[in-house]
Design a binder for this molecule. Structure first.
Ligand code: SAH
Length: 237
């Protein structure tokens, strides 16, 4: 349930998420503890519910961020074999920038997380929020965390890195379909975490966890019902 992990401080909130089984892995807990949600949520930052951040967008509830990171974790942590390429992670609908920051804490020094927003004011908000902490400023200046403007339904290609795909793609807004571009841009293996409008079982949206294996075979698992803002055309388009 929303609200039940609310706390009086960032540590309180994260400890409550762990106590309520929303955070299970110590690496996930450590990453969340490093990011102060007060830099990203306009008020009551340690409450376990979503909040408006303007432009019809919300910062998702902490328990949803926790679930996204727990599910994507095997594709976030740097590969044990140091000769493997570093992690590349895409955060579509980066909004407040909070999750982009948590993801960047997990991908290791050589990893990259790109947050994509279709509203440039929100792209700027994510970057501004990340700039409120020394850790966030260092993630930005090293290029480990980047914020871009684009239509996330088409995925994202970094200029100069056209041949590179993504280990993990997180989508922070509800999609009408599993966009083919997102599947195409996933590495093999790779994982996509995406809310989809599927209108089943009393909830109009469910989280889907989509895995591409090393041979390129795709498997979809429906996780649970959610309520996300929609993945849409940018205003004025
Ligand atoms: N992960 C963010 C969620 C923000 S809400 C957070 O927790 O702060 C969803 C976001 O998706 C909004 O900021 C909205 O502007 C963005 N969005 C909606 N449609 C989009 C699209 N087609 N491309 C990129 N971003 C989109």
């Amino acid at each position: 349930m929303a609200w039940r992990s609310s706390g009086a401080s960032n540590r309180d909130l994260i400890e409550n998420l762990a106590r309520n089984d929303k955070i299970n892995d110590p690496r996930v807990k450590a990453a969340f503890l490093k990011v102060d949600r007060a830099h990203y949520a306009p008020s009551s930052p340690y409450d376990d519910h979503p909040q408006s951040i303007g432009h019809a967008a919300t910062i998702s509830a902490p328990h949803m961020h926790a679930s996204a990171v727990e599910n994507l974790l095997p594709f976030l942590i740097p590969p044990a074999d140091s000769s493997s390429p570093p992690r590349r992670v895409l955060d579509i609908g980066s909004g407040s920038g909070y999750l982009t920051h948590v993801l960047a804490e997990l991908v290791g020094e050589k990893g990259t997380v790109v947050g994509v927003e279709h509203i440039s004011a929100l792209r700027d908000l994510g970057e501004k929020n990340m700039g409120k902490s020394a850790e966030g400023r260092s993630l930005l200046s090293s290029g480990r965390a980047r914020f871009r403007v684009g239509d996330g339904r088409k995925g994202w290609t970094e200029p100069g890195e056209e041949d590179e795909k993504w280990d993990a793609i997180h989508v922070g807004a509800s999609a009408r379909e599993l966009h083919k571009e997102l599947l195409d841009q996933l590495k093999a293996p790779g994982r996509l975490f995406i809310p989809v409008d599927d209108d089943e079982g009393g909830f109009s949206q469910h989280i889907w966890c989509v895995d591409k294996d090393a041979d390129g075979k795709v498997e979809r698992r429906k996780l649970f019902g959610v309520r996300y803002v929609p993945l849409t055309d940018a205003p004025g388009k």
